[in-house]
Design a protein around this ligand. Structure first.
Ligand SMILES: NC(=O)CCC(=O)C(=O)O
Length: 272
């Protein structure tokens, strides 16, 4: 059996923390997120990977980011590294507002079971409808990482409207896409349809964690989702705060890619 096949027999337990982010309250959010993560690791079976939502430290307190955003991500790194080491779990720390070189970014960090930071990715598509482009700087590169030998891609919220990004990640070897989000009403149909499409067209797992609750005039619907490479929904949250636990079985990626071999049938010379 090749190493690649052996890796694809891997199953993971994932836990998505569908949390009600408190706008402009990084201390409160840090305490609450830690409580939720402590609760997540008590689950049987214990999660291998925890995913948090987008901008969970400050929410969209965009006008206050100079004061509130995490300076060089230090607080997030310290908190998550310690938690990962303590519980021997991988954490995809959603995204946080981060302050770097005089600019704010919307940045996703990943930590392994030993608390090492293994990757980071700053959102490259800024969402004008929520004024992101006025207050945040764009990331300049795509993001991927290996989680226990399996390649995974990183996208943040609005990024899922850009299929060329997920296709690039899939062509680069990603078998799972992790997506933290703050995706509000009234666009639940868009959220579900786009996530399903990204899973089906790339024959990959999509693991997407959306926040819930109310922030000013804006309400968020949760509906965090785990979708398999065939497009079947493995787990989906409702509108309440909750932890969504699911098993993902990487052997399904190979099975679906063999059944309908889209990566062999592509005609890139005609459309790239
Ligand atoms: N935080 C975001 O990127 C929101 C994206 C969104 O709501 C959309 O419709 O796209």
């Amino acid at each position: 059996m090749t190493e690649e096949v052996a890796q694809n027999n891997k199953t993971f337990q994932v836990a998505l923390i569908q949390y009600d982010v408190q706008i402009g309250e990084p201390d409160v959010n840090a305490d609450r997120v830690l409580e939720w993560m402590e609760q997540a690791v008590q689950h049987d079976p214990k999660p291998d990977v925890i995913l948090l939502p987008e901008m969970w430290n400050t929410g969209y307190a965009l006008t206050e980011l100079q004061d509130l955003a995490d300076e060089n991500g230090i607080r997030t790194k310290n908190m998550m590294s310690a938690f990962c080491r303590k519980h021997q779990v991988n954490v995809i720390a959603g995204s946080v507002s981060e302050w770097q070189d005089g600019k704010a970014y919307n940045t996703m960090y990943v930590f392994d079971r030993d608390g090492r930071e293994v990757s980071s990715y700053s959102k490259i598509h800024l969402f004008r409808l929520m004024d992101e482009e006025k207050y945040l700087a764009e990331g300049q590169r795509v993001g991927s990482f290996d989680v226990e030998g399996i390649s995974a891609g990183m996208m943040i919220c609005y990024d899922i409207r850009f299929p060329e990004l997920s296709r690039k990640l899939a062509l680069g070897g990603a078998q799972i896409l992790f997506v933290p989000a703050e995706w509000p009403n009234p666009r639940l149909a868009h959220w579900r349809t786009l996530l399903l499409a990204r899973a089906i067209e790339n024959q990959m797992y999509v693991v997407a964690c959306n926040r819930t609750g109310q922030s000013g005039e804006t309400s968020f619907f949760g509906h965090s989702m785990v979708i398999d490479p065939w497009g079947d929904i493995v787990a989906e949250g409702d509108e309440r705060e909750q932890i969504i636990h699911a098993t993902i079985d990487l052997s399904n990626v190979d099975k679906v890619r063999k059944t309908i071999p889209i990566f062999e049938d592509r005609r890139p010379k005609l459309y790239e």
